[in-house]
Design a protein around this ligand. Structure first.
Ligand SMILES: [Zn+2]
Length: 165
């Protein structure tokens, strides 16, 4: 069986890594606009005109996810605004999804990158994508690490996601 082919009815679990922190300069060098406040309006507060290194406009967030309030994890700082941008088609990342945070004077900014191509190769379902987004956003972006608290409070409790749920 080659990569990307799955027997019907077989559960496909994918490992997802712990989040990482990058600094503001690294964030500004990314080809995605991680500080955007909504899906369509260019962020006027970005002095670089929200252009990537090659002078191309940065990719806008594909969507935002509103984070649940209540208890937060303690492994990482949680997102300050409780609203995180999600970028699909980040097909260069080594796994199906990854969360990153940046400390700024205004607070902590998280963003989520999804390897859509890899998810298609794995025949991921809509429910599987939702589980991945829950893992990244409602788990990591709320400060939780793998194995912290329990799977009710922390959707990132397990380091694996059932992509064809
Ligand atoms: Zn994770």
């Amino acid at each position: 069986m080659s990569e990307g082919e799955n027997h019907q009815g077989e559960e496909v679990w994918e490992e997802v890594p712990e989040p990482e922190e990058i600094d503001e300069e690294e964030a500004r060098e990314l080809p995605i606009d991680v500080f955007a406040e909504d899906e369509s309006e260019p962020d006027e507060s970005e002095p670089a005109g929200a252009m990537g290194l090659a002078g191309r406009p940065k990719r806008r967030p594909d969507r935002f996810i509103d984070l649940r309030g209540g208890q937060f994890g303690h492994t990482f700082p949680h997102d300050t605004n409780l609203r995180v941008p999600v970028f699909f088609e980040q097909n260069h990342i080594r796994t199906i999804g990854h969360s990153t945070f940046v400390r700024r004077p205004a607070g902590i900014r998280w963003f989520v990158m999804i390897n859509s191509q890899r998810m298609r190769q794995l025949n991921a379902t809509q429910r599987g994508m939702q589980l991945l987004l829950n893992h990244e956003a409602q788990g990591h972006c709320r400060g939780y690490g793998h194995g912290e608290a329990n799977s009710q409070a922390n959707p990132a409790f397990s380091p694996r996601v059932l992509v064809n749920a």
